[in-house]
Design a protein around this ligand. Structure first.
Ligand code: RIB
Ligand code: CA
Length: 324
């Protein structure tokens, strides 16, 4: 006969990881935002917006529209840098359209931007937090570099920067540079030099997250308005990836960085020395990961190389489903 007082209680779930998301929505950024807000393992405390896929004003409007669409009203969203630290602005209408988030019609945002600029909001959130906060960055690192430049001591409040950007091999905007790295190489190098724990989630893994027909089918089967919008975004993205790269199954870059925080086991990393090329005539923005230790320099970053693709898309589909 079991003793009624002898019941076992499950251990409480671990406390959610506090996160801020710095992004440039962008189709894959939009899904990264939905994933970061939906999953209970993450406590999303701020969204900051940077130039990149389009002008910062268009990306900000897109972030607010995504929040409106998904009913995300409890997270401040702030406008950040409108250009790289030292280089001219470059946007990507060939991949993300003129709005930065072309495809399905989006609501006129009813969620309004926070009055603070991105650096002020990030500083406020990081310094008020009861524990170090993870910065997930899915665009150029301009906002993060400006934060660390203005407030170097804030490094202590950052658990790590997990960045979708870079590649250990070829690029996607120049032969050797990935777009987020090429858009502001000086910012990326500044963040690395700050000594903040750094994880690069680059094309090596995001090109393992290809949105194939079965993924679209799983999203479509959810049957919700938000899922239909996600399918519309990914269909637009598939079209531009096919045109530009001959890839009809596009890589879903940015949510992979969020997945690394939600469930680190989904994304395998190696520890290595990492530097960003800021001077190369043909290779500016290349992220040089010394995977074989040629330089003998101390490791300063985790670089993602492997993805549990099934686990990743299970997470993503569940996140979209959770909005109902
Ligand atoms: O190279 C892919 C990255 O560039 C993604 O973050 C995409 O949104 C664009 O910013
Ligand atoms: Ca992005």
């Amino acid at each position: 006969m079991p003793d009624p007082d002898d019941h076992q209680t499950d251990p409480p779930p671990p406390a959610p990881v506090p996160v801020v998301l710095d992004c440039d929505p962008g189709h894959d950024d939009a899904l990264a935002l939905l994933l970061a807000h939906a999953d209970p393992r993450v406590d999303l405390r701020a969204v900051t917006v940077v130039h990149g896929n389009q002008t910062v004003d268009k990306c900000l409007r897109n972030a607010l529209a995504v929040c409106t669409l998904a009913g995300i009203t409890d997270v401040p969203v702030a406008r950040g840098a409108d250009r790289p630290l030292v280089r001219p602005l470059r946007v990507a209408p060939d991949i993300h359209g003129e709005s930065g988030l072309d495809g399905p019609d989006l609501p006129v945002p009813t969620v309004v931007a926070d009055p603070r600029d991105a650096v002020t909001l990030l500083h406020d959130v990081l310094t008020a937090a009861e524990q170090p906060v993870t910065v997930v960055a899915t665009g150029a690192l301009t906002n993060v570099a400006m934060l660390l430049r203005a407030h170097p001591e804030v490094v202590r409040s950052v658990r790590g920067v997990v960045w979708m950007g870079g590649s250990t091999g070829r690029g996607n905007i120049t032969p050797f540079a990935e777009a987020n790295a090429a858009n502001d190489p000086e910012a990326a190098q500044h963040v690395l030099d700050s000594g903040v724990p750094f994880t690069m989630v680059g094309l090596d893994v995001t090109h393992q997250a290809l949105v194939t027909a079965d993924v679209l089918g799983r999203l479509r089967a959810l049957g919700t308005p938000l899922a239909r919008t996600c399918v519309g975004w990914l269909t637009f993205f598939a079209g531009t990836y096919d045109e530009q790269f001959g890839m009809p199954d596009p890589p879903l870059h940015d949510p992979v960085a969020v997945a690394r925080v939600l469930d680190p086991a989904l994304v395998r990393v190696v520890r290595t020395h990492l530097v960003v090329e800021t001077e190369g005539r043909w290779t500016s923005g290349a992220t040089v990961a010394d995977l074989h230790g040629y330089s003998g320099r101390a490791a300063n970053a985790d670089v993602a190389l492997g993805l549990d693709r099934d686990g990743f898309f299970d997470l993503l589909v569940a996140a979209v489903a959770s909005y109902g």
